[in-house]
Design a protein around this ligand. Structure first.
Ligand code: 4NP
Length: 157
Protein backbone atom coordinates (compact mmCIF):
# COMPACT_ATOMS: atom_id res chain seq x y z
CA UNK A 1 0.00 0.00 0.00
CA UNK A 2 1.29 3.44 -0.98
CA UNK A 3 1.32 5.93 1.91
CA UNK A 4 0.54 9.58 1.27
CA UNK A 5 2.54 12.15 3.23
CA UNK A 6 1.84 15.91 3.33
CA UNK A 7 4.21 18.52 4.80
CA UNK A 8 2.66 21.84 5.85
CA UNK A 9 4.00 25.27 6.82
CA UNK A 10 2.66 28.83 6.55
CA UNK A 11 3.66 30.00 3.07
CA UNK A 12 4.66 26.69 1.42
CA UNK A 13 7.76 28.40 0.03
CA UNK A 14 10.39 27.67 2.71
CA UNK A 15 10.00 24.91 5.31
CA UNK A 16 7.46 22.50 3.82
CA UNK A 17 8.96 22.44 0.29
CA UNK A 18 12.31 21.78 1.98
CA UNK A 19 10.74 18.93 3.99
CA UNK A 20 9.24 17.51 0.79
CA UNK A 21 12.65 17.68 -0.91
CA UNK A 22 14.55 16.11 2.01
CA UNK A 23 11.95 13.34 2.31
CA UNK A 24 12.12 12.56 -1.44
CA UNK A 25 15.92 12.52 -1.39
CA UNK A 26 15.96 10.06 1.52
CA UNK A 27 13.39 7.83 -0.21
CA UNK A 28 15.63 7.76 -3.27
CA UNK A 29 18.72 6.91 -1.21
CA UNK A 30 16.85 4.04 0.46
CA UNK A 31 15.09 2.88 -2.73
CA UNK A 32 11.67 3.46 -1.12
CA UNK A 33 10.20 5.84 -3.71
CA UNK A 34 7.50 3.41 -4.84
CA UNK A 35 6.02 3.22 -1.34
CA UNK A 36 5.13 6.90 -0.90
CA UNK A 37 3.33 9.85 -2.44
CA UNK A 38 4.72 13.14 -1.07
CA UNK A 39 3.39 16.68 -1.29
CA UNK A 40 3.49 19.98 0.62
CA UNK A 41 1.08 22.86 1.21
CA UNK A 42 0.72 26.13 3.12
CA UNK A 43 -1.93 27.29 5.55
CA UNK A 44 -1.78 30.73 3.87
CA UNK A 45 -2.33 31.44 0.18
CA UNK A 46 -0.07 34.47 -0.49
CA UNK A 47 2.47 32.57 -2.59
CA UNK A 48 0.19 30.15 -4.45
CA UNK A 49 1.76 29.07 -7.74
CA UNK A 50 5.27 30.22 -6.80
CA UNK A 51 8.42 28.14 -6.65
CA UNK A 52 10.07 27.90 -3.22
CA UNK A 53 11.91 31.00 -1.97
CA UNK A 54 15.24 31.38 -3.85
CA UNK A 55 17.15 31.33 -0.52
CA UNK A 56 15.54 28.00 0.41
CA UNK A 57 16.17 26.55 -3.06
CA UNK A 58 19.82 27.65 -2.95
CA UNK A 59 20.34 26.18 0.53
CA UNK A 60 18.70 22.89 -0.43
CA UNK A 61 20.74 22.74 -3.64
CA UNK A 62 23.94 23.15 -1.62
CA UNK A 63 22.96 19.83 0.02
CA UNK A 64 22.18 18.21 -3.33
CA UNK A 65 18.40 18.69 -3.13
CA UNK A 66 16.50 20.39 -5.95
CA UNK A 67 13.19 21.97 -4.87
CA UNK A 68 10.75 22.03 -7.78
CA UNK A 69 7.34 22.23 -6.08
CA UNK A 70 4.97 25.18 -6.45
CA UNK A 71 3.13 26.68 -3.52
CA UNK A 72 -0.45 25.67 -2.90
CA UNK A 73 -2.86 26.25 -0.04
CA UNK A 74 -4.02 23.30 2.05
CA UNK A 75 -7.60 22.25 1.41
CA UNK A 76 -10.00 20.42 3.71
CA UNK A 77 -9.91 17.45 1.29
CA UNK A 78 -6.18 17.01 2.07
CA UNK A 79 -7.17 15.85 5.56
CA UNK A 80 -8.83 12.79 4.02
CA UNK A 81 -6.49 12.33 1.05
CA UNK A 82 -3.26 12.03 3.06
CA UNK A 83 -2.30 9.39 5.65
CA UNK A 84 0.06 11.63 7.62
CA UNK A 85 0.25 15.42 7.81
CA UNK A 86 3.48 16.80 9.26
CA UNK A 87 3.46 20.45 10.29
CA UNK A 88 6.39 22.73 11.09
CA UNK A 89 5.08 24.68 14.09
CA UNK A 90 2.21 25.02 16.53
CA UNK A 91 0.51 27.76 14.48
CA UNK A 92 0.42 25.39 11.50
CA UNK A 93 -0.92 22.65 13.79
CA UNK A 94 -3.78 24.86 14.99
CA UNK A 95 -4.55 26.07 11.44
CA UNK A 96 -4.69 22.54 10.01
CA UNK A 97 -6.78 21.24 12.92
CA UNK A 98 -9.20 24.14 12.45
CA UNK A 99 -10.15 22.58 9.10
CA UNK A 100 -11.55 19.51 10.88
CA UNK A 101 -15.29 19.80 11.31
CA UNK A 102 -15.79 16.85 13.68
CA UNK A 103 -13.40 17.28 16.59
CA UNK A 104 -13.58 13.62 17.52
CA UNK A 105 -12.56 12.67 13.98
CA UNK A 106 -9.71 10.14 13.62
CA UNK A 107 -8.16 12.72 11.27
CA UNK A 108 -6.78 14.45 14.39
CA UNK A 109 -4.26 11.67 14.95
CA UNK A 110 -2.80 12.04 11.42
CA UNK A 111 -1.52 15.56 12.16
CA UNK A 112 1.80 15.92 13.98
CA UNK A 113 4.70 18.30 14.48
CA UNK A 114 7.53 17.07 12.27
CA UNK A 115 10.09 17.60 15.04
CA UNK A 116 8.25 15.04 17.19
CA UNK A 117 10.31 12.59 15.06
CA UNK A 118 13.68 14.27 15.82
CA UNK A 119 16.46 12.01 16.97
CA UNK A 120 18.97 14.67 18.02
CA UNK A 121 17.06 17.93 18.60
CA UNK A 122 14.83 18.89 21.50
CA UNK A 123 13.23 21.76 19.59
CA UNK A 124 9.48 21.44 19.13
CA UNK A 125 9.10 23.69 16.08
CA UNK A 126 11.02 24.37 12.86
CA UNK A 127 11.69 28.14 13.12
CA UNK A 128 10.31 30.24 10.27
CA UNK A 129 13.38 31.44 8.28
CA UNK A 130 11.54 33.91 6.04
CA UNK A 131 12.53 37.18 7.76
CA UNK A 132 15.96 36.04 8.92
CA UNK A 133 19.41 35.35 7.49
CA UNK A 134 21.17 32.40 5.89
CA UNK A 135 21.63 30.63 9.26
CA UNK A 136 17.88 30.14 9.48
CA UNK A 137 17.74 28.35 6.13
CA UNK A 138 20.64 26.06 7.05
CA UNK A 139 18.94 25.33 10.37
CA UNK A 140 15.71 24.34 8.58
CA UNK A 141 17.56 21.73 6.51
CA UNK A 142 19.54 20.45 9.53
CA UNK A 143 16.40 20.01 11.65
CA UNK A 144 14.45 18.38 8.80
CA UNK A 145 17.31 16.06 7.87
CA UNK A 146 17.32 14.65 11.39
CA UNK A 147 13.55 14.49 11.93
CA UNK A 148 12.84 12.93 8.53
CA UNK A 149 15.23 10.07 9.32
CA UNK A 150 13.06 9.45 12.38
CA UNK A 151 9.85 9.81 10.37
CA UNK A 152 10.96 7.29 7.72
CA UNK A 153 12.06 4.84 10.41
CA UNK A 154 8.62 5.07 12.02
CA UNK A 155 6.85 4.69 8.66
CA UNK A 156 8.87 1.54 7.87
CA UNK A 157 8.21 -0.09 11.28
P1 4NP B 1 7.25 29.13 5.24
O1 4NP B 1 7.86 30.60 5.41
O2 4NP B 1 5.97 29.09 6.07
O3 4NP B 1 8.31 28.24 5.80
O4 4NP B 1 7.00 28.94 3.75
C1 4NP B 1 7.15 31.77 5.15
C2 4NP B 1 6.95 32.20 3.87
C3 4NP B 1 6.28 33.37 3.62
C4 4NP B 1 5.78 34.12 4.67
C5 4NP B 1 5.95 33.68 5.97
C6 4NP B 1 6.63 32.51 6.19
N1 4NP B 1 5.11 35.34 4.41
O5 4NP B 1 4.77 36.05 5.37
O6 4NP B 1 4.87 35.69 3.24
Amino acid sequence: MVKKILFVCLGNICRSPAAEGVFKQKLKERDLEKLFVVDSAGTGGWHVGNLADPRMRETALSRGIELTSRSRKIDESDLYEFDQILVMDNDNLAAVKSLIKDHKSPVNSKIKLILSYSKNSHLEEVPDPYYGGQNGFDKVIDLLDDAIDGLIDSLMD
